[in-house]
Design a protein around this ligand. Structure first.
Ligand code: ADP
Length: 315
């Protein structure tokens, strides 16, 4: 009988410009590690949080009601009528609140670990749905782009009505250059950055985004990094959000001038992501992004990474 499961789930970038709440790409930059164990403390139905314990030394909520992994485990425990107590050990690697899918990596790892621990044999779509419940703790709303990428690896397209997720293998030569600014991010950052997005859009803007989104999918299908890169253009969400990131335009223009194929906000920010090809001068692109942040007196970390193939499970 399995009593303990370890899962590591990757960071991810959501939106990729025009694919707001639809596109996600798993990144091998960082991995969250979750160890799920059964404990003999049984749960009582009138105290639903009793029996779930979070152990972490990282700066995330320890209260399971506010932790993305805690919410996922609670939902799965209830659905499958699991009585035993659960201990969730979380080792964060994905920086929380920087648009790298940190809350989603924990949620995805928790769903996978629970599935394995109780031998539930759930399919990927069901696991993504459970992991999405966790996002409510951080973003206030359920959305699946980051959790789907973290759970499946590669590039994902999420469809909500009716729910479906498609996974595509990224081109082998696609490389990402991440600029993670050393800014103090507000606790409810995702909610704030969602609140600035326009409620209605011009039809001509919709057409631009739609054509770019279609070209991104085509780029992943035909393994064409250049097509992906030059389609990373968003005329709806990025213009509304960019003022939230000091130096964004400078970082973006510097990266494009240094040869990046496309540049946008990673998820809800404040990290900025450049889409590049392996053969390019990636150091130069990274340096140019750093200079962009430095020009507004913000330090940043530069990470050059590849798409991730997905999570790893160990019992
Ligand atoms: P990201 O941009 O990295 O996806 P979010 O803004 O969506 O990050 O979520 C980060 C917020 O979620 C933080 O306020 C953090 O306290 C909260 N949070 C809750 N549980 C977790 C978790 N397990 N890992 C990371 N962040 C979590």
């Amino acid at each position: 009988m399995v009593t303990c499961v370890n899962v590591r789930a990757p960071s991810s970038t959501a939106n990729l410009g025009p694919g707001f709440d639809v596109f996600g790409l798993a990144l091998d930059a960082f991995y969250d590690k979750i160890t799920l164990s059964k404990t003999n403390k049984s749960i009582t139905t009138n105290r639903p949080w009793h029996g779930i314990r979070i152990l972490t030394t990282d700066n995330i909520p320890k209260n399971p009601q506010q932790n993305t992994a805690g919410l996922v485990i609670k939902a799965m425990k209830q659905k499958f009528k699991i009585k035993s107590g659960i201990e969730i050990k979380i080792k964060k690697d994905v920086p929380a609140g920087f648009g790298m899918g940190s809350s989603a990596a924990s949620a995805a790892a928790a769903a996978l670990a629970f599935n394995k621990l109780f031998n539930l044999k759930l399919d990927n779509k069901t696991l993504i749905k459970y992991a999405g419940i966790g996002e409510k703790a951080s973003a206030g709303t359920i959305h699946y782009d980051n959790v789907a990428a973290s759970l499946l690896g590669g590039f994902v397209v999420v469809k909500t009505k009716p729910f479906d997720v498609i996974r595509l293998e990224p081109p082998k030569d696609l490389v990402l250059c991440l600029a993670i600014p050393q800014l103090k991010v507000p606790k409810k950052k995702t909610m704030i950055s969602r609140s600035v997005i326009p409620k209605t859009v011009k039809l001509s803007d919709l057409t631009v985004n739609l054509s770019n989104a279609a070209n991104i999918v085509t780029g992943f299908l035909t393994k064409d990094s250049e097509l992906i890169g030059r389609s990373i253009q968003d005329v709806i969400v990025e213009p509304a959000r960019k003022h939230l990131i000091p130096g964004f335009s400078k970082v973006k223009n510097n990266a494009l001038n240094a040869g990046a194929l496309g540049v946008t906000i990673s998820g809800a920010g404040p990290s900025v992501i450049a889409f590049c090809k392996k053969s390019q001068n990636l150091k130069k692109i990274g340096k140019s992004m750093e200079k962009g942040f430095n020009s507004v007196k913000v330090n940043c970390d530069i990470i050059i990474c590849k798409p991730s193939t997905g999570p790893k499970i160990r019992t």
